[in-house]
Design a binder for this molecule. Structure first.
Ligand code: 3PG
Length: 392
């Protein structure tokens, strides 16, 4: 932003690494374009500043060096053209240059993961790409947890390397939520498996005042409390880990609120009949598929009094309406809470869209894996290399 506003980008060749990795249906139509729209401010800013703009991104996980039509960014080029109302040529085989882009114009460089050496962060490839530009802008927060040629190597070799506005906004919001949060800090970590979120649970358990768990994760915590869970999804092997998290939190006056009632059914199906039962009354045949209304009401009060809320994961099987009550109620509580709220992760965004609270969550992250790794307390390599360059 500083470079653009101070006129330093005029006539410069600017390479923007964006995360335009968006979902597509079988026919190749983009089904959700949040990441593309979120990447446009950087592009527009550079175009307005008179730069010759090159944008690249990965799409999916193609085999390097083997172009297949389904790996092409062509649908993304069309969507950018529609959003910016201008032509967006798509350049293939671009690593060695040989294409034209004039100041005030934009080209999209084909799926960078097709280039041999991208995933392995080859220095040779990164140097070639860096030679294409005067300024490298990394705006791909969603890929910030990957050290690849276009997210890491180029940042080392480009004449100037900096973060774009989306990258900066994501890091600001996440730091506000976790580095210096207004308290109480309440995190919601839900999902089917403790094992896939154990590092996050542990990292957050050291920081938050309340750690709300849901889904299979909550079932494992219920087991650790000695509650019956019938045939619900859980990981008995991780009961000791769950117990340890609760004990450590309790020692410092923080909590994992365990559900006092749950919604159960005999099967996971849209036709299943849902029953509410007290948490100690789950029968052998029952599957817990949502938190109960009493629990949801208690957690909603907690969220209403929170200073900061971090949300990752739906509380129940919200895709089926009779098991979506808990997620719906908590989504409404987040929407109405005066707390600074931040949410991320694919399922969470789907829940936010289903309950229509997009405009009431303070920050919705475009990161999937990157958002989770930030919550784990990991350093994101793409950001670390930019921070190194900033010291130059
Ligand atoms: C994502 O969708 O999380 C990012 O675009 C990263 O994609 P990757 O997991 O294929 O690296």
């Amino acid at each position: 932003t500083d470079l653009a506003q101070s006129g330093q980008l005029k006539g410069k060749r600017v390479l923007i690494r964006a995360d335009l990795n968006v979902p597509q249906d079988e026919a190749g139509n983009i089904t959700e374009d949040t990441r593309i729209r979120a990447s446009m401010p950087a592009v527009q800013m550079c175009l307005d500043a008179g730069a010759a703009v090159m944008v690249t991104s990965h799409l999916g996980r193609p085999t390097e060096g083997q172009f297949k039509p389904e790996d092409s960014l062509a649908p993304v080029a069309d969507r950018i053209a529609a959003l910016l109302n201008r032509k967006v040529p798509l350049i293939s085989d671009w690593v060695d240059g040989g294409f034209e882009v004039s100041p005030g114009e934009i080209v999209l460089l084909e799926n960078c993961r097709l280039n041999v050496g991208e995933k392995k962060n080859s220095d040779e490839l990164a140097k070639k790409i860096a030679a294409l530009c005067d300024v490298y802008v990394n705006d791909a927060f969603g890929t910030a947890h990957r050290a690849e040629a276009t997210t890491y190597g180029v940042a080392k070799f480009a004449p100037i390397a900096c973060a774009g506005p989306l990258m900066a906004a994501e890091l600001d919001a996440l730091s506000r939520a976790l580095a210096s949060p207004k308290r109480p800090l309440v995190a919601i970590v839900a999902g089917s498996k403790v094992s896939s979120k154990l590092t996050i649970l542990k990292a957050l358990s050291e920081k938050v005042d309340e750690l709300i768990v849901g889904g299979g994760i909550a079932n494992t915590f219920m087991l650790a409390k000695g509650l019956p869970i019938g045939k619900s999804l859980a990981e008995p092997d991780l009961v000791d880990e769950a117990r340890e998290i609760m004990e450590l939190m309790e020692k410092r006056g923080a909590h994992v609120p365990i559900p006092e009632d749950v919604v159960v059914a005999n099967e996971l199906s849209p036709l299943a009949r849902a029953n509410r039962v007290a948490a100690d009354q789950v029968a052998e045949d029952d599957m817990i598929l949502d938190i109960g209304p009493k629990t949801a009401a208690r957690l909603s009060i907690m969220l209403a009094h929170a200073g900061t809320i971090v949300w990752n994961g739906p509380l129940g099987v919200f895709e089926i309406d009779q098991f979506g009550g808990g997620t719906k109620m908590l989504a409404a509580a987040i929407a109405h809470s005066p707390a600074f709220s931040i949410a991320g992760g694919g399922d969470t965004l789907a829940a936010i869209a289903k309950y229509g609270i997009e405009n009431q969550v303070d920050y919705i992250s475009t990161g999937g894996g990157a958002f989770l790794e930030f919550l784990e307390g990991k350093t994101l390599p793409a950001f670390a290399v930019l921070a190194e360059r900033a010291k130059d």
